[in-house]
Design a protein around this ligand. Structure first.
Ligand SMILES: NC(=O)C1=CN([C@@H]2O[C@H](COP(=O)(O)OP(=O)(O)OC[C@H]3O[C@@H](n4cnc5c(N)ncnc54)[C@H](OP(=O)(O)O)[C@@H]3O)[C@@H](O)[C@H]2O)C=CC1
Ligand SMILES: Nc1nc2c(c(=O)[nH]1)N=C([C@H](O)[C@@H](O)CO)CN2
Length: 236
C-alpha cells in the first residue's frame, strides 16, 4: 500500500503534543488514527478533519487489548505508530504501587502489546515506523518522579529491542523530550526553575516534537535511536 494512504496511529492525541502532531500530519495529507481517553475539544477537531478517533484506556491489559481489537476493525495497514499517550501523575504517598502500575501500563505495557499485535499492519506499508515518545529524564533519573522515570527508561529499552526484532521492514526509534510545554497549573516558580534547567532556557512548544517525528519518518537509515530534544539540559 502506498505510504500516503496508510494511516498513522498516534496514541493519546486528544490534546497538547499528540494533538499538534496529528494536526500537522493531517495538514500534509496523511490519514490519521488517534486514541483518546477523554472526550476533549481536540477530538472533535480531529474528527471534523477526517481522523478516526478511537477511545482507549491503557491503564489495564484489558483496555489495551480492547483498543487493539477496535483498531483492527478500522484498518488492516499502518504507515506508523506513535506511542505518545502518557500518564503525568503524582506518586502520592500511600498510593505508590497504584501509580507505578498505571505508569508501567501506559508507558510500557501498551507500547509493548500494541507493537506485538500490530507489527503485521506495519509490514503492509513501506516504509514503516514505530516511534516511542519517552523523556530526557530517563537519562539521569528523577528524585521526584521515580516510577514515571523508570517507566520511561523501560520504554527506551523497548525501542532498542523492537528495533532489533523488526528490522529491516520496520524502523523503531524514540524521542526523548525535556520541557516542551508547561501545564496550565504549573506556577511561576516551577516554570522559572524548569526553564533554568536547560542551556537554551525556553518553552519551545509541540512543533519541535513534530519536527523530530518528521525526521524519523523520512529518514530511511535511522533505527534503534532515541532523539534527545531537551534544550541542552545535559549541559547544565
Ligand atoms: N509536555 C512536556 O513538556 C513533555 C512531554 N513529554 C512526553 O511527551 C508526550 C506528550 O506529552 P504531553 O502532550 O504533555 O502529554 P499529556 O500529559 O497531554 O498526555 C497525553 C495524553 O495521554 C493520555 N493518557 C493519559 N493516561 C492515559 C491512559 N491511562 N490511557 C490512555 N491514554 C492516557 C491523555 O488522554 P486524555 O487527555 O484523553 O485523558 C493525554 O491527553 C508524553 O509521552 C510525555 O511523557 C516528555 C517530556 C516533556
Ligand atoms: N504525560 C506527560 N509527561 C510529561 C509532561 C506532561 O505534561 N505530560 N511534562 C513534562 C515536563 O517536563 C514538565 O516538567 C513540565 O510540564 C514531562 N513529562
Amino acid at each position: 500500500m502506498s505510504t500516503q494512504s496508510a494511516p498513522i496511529l498516534i496514541t493519546g492525541a486528544s490534546q497538547r503534543i499528540g494533538l499538534h502532531c496529528a494536526e500537522r500530519l493531517l495538514d500534509s495529507g496523511q490519514p490519521v488514527i488517534i486514541s483518546y481517553r477523554s472526550e476533549r475539544p481536540g477530538v472533535g477537531k480531529l474528527r471534523e478533519r477526517g481522523a478516526i478517533c478511537l477511545p482507549a484506556d491503557f491503564a489495564s491489559e484489558a483496555g489495551i487489548l480492547a483498543f487493539i481489537d477496535q483498531l483492527k476493525q478500522h484498518t488492516d495497514c499502518l504507515r506508523a505508530i506513535v506511542h505518545n499517550a502518557s500518564a503525568w501523575l503524582n506518586e502520592t504517598p500511600g498510593h505508590e504501587a497504584e501509580a507505578f502500575q498505571q505508569l508501567f501500563s501506559v508507558h510500557m505495557l501498551a507500547p509493548y502489546l500494541i507493537n506485538l499485535h500490530c507489527a503485521e499492519l506495519l509490514r503492509r506499508s513501506q516504509p514503516a515506523d514505530i516511534v516511542h515518545i519517552s523523556d530526557d529524564v530517563a537519562r539521569k533519573g528523577s528524585a521526584n518522579r521515580i516510577a514515571y522515570c523508570a517507566s520511561k527508561a523501560g520504554l527506551d529499552s523497548l525501542t532498542l529491542s523492537f528495533a532489533a526484532q523488526l528490522a529491516p521492514q520496520i524502523k523503531v526509534n524514540g524521542i526523548a523530550p525535556a520541557l516542551i510545554q508547561f501545564n496550565e497549573d504549573d506556577d511561576d516558580e516551577y516554570r522559572s526553575k524548569t526553564l533554568a534547567k536547560s542551556a537554551l532556557g525556553i518553552e519551545p512548544g509541540a512543533e519541535v516534537i513534530y519536527q523530530s517525528l518528521r525526521y524519523l519518518l523520512d529518514n530511511p537509515y535511522v533505527t534503534g535511536t532515541t532523539l534527545t530534544v531537551n534544550g541542552g539540559r545535559h549541559l547544565k
